[in-house]
Design a protein around this ligand. Sequence first.
Ligand SMILES: [Zn+2]
Length: 199
Amino acid sequence: MHSFVFLAGDVALDFVNTVMVQERTLVDTVSQPAELAAWVAESSLGADYGVPTSVSRAVHSRAVELRVTLKAGFAALASGEPMSDDALAHLNAVLADDPGTELVRDDAGALRRRPRIDLGRDASALPWILADAAARVLVDGRAQQLRRCANHDTCVLMFLDSSRSRNRRWCSMELCGNRNKVAAHSARARQSVGDPRTS
Ligand SMILES: [Zn+2]
């Protein structure tokens, strides 16, 4: 089982970031349905919508196909280009599975409106949740915050730059920021790191 990273600032991007470089190789950390279920459990979705007891192959495929579209769409926006019509059509196809909404009382007794989903009973709404999270990013102003980690050589992670000064460059200091500081002082260190995109 792989370890997951949750550093993007939104679950839709965290999901895109399930494809990442580990030990200089590009890996899919949710390549199996059970891994996807484990990812949901660790993500913010688990607390909100329950943890799937199992994820079917069909739901897994649907989620992974959506991830390809989201990655392409987010990457386009991060480089100042529009999301393609194909990506939009795919997103809309998944959003068509709208599970409906329900009202629940919070701890203080106030009513809250939320999607009618219990992943613990039925994980089939998982692609919809991810598409809905992505749709929110696209329309609520956060699309302008989409960034790709500045460590282009060995990192493919994306994130939302919500810093006040809009100058977040790295997915995280631990994964890339510190490493790049060190690399800047050592050409040898830089040359020893392979490019995962060419392997
Ligand atoms: Zn990075």
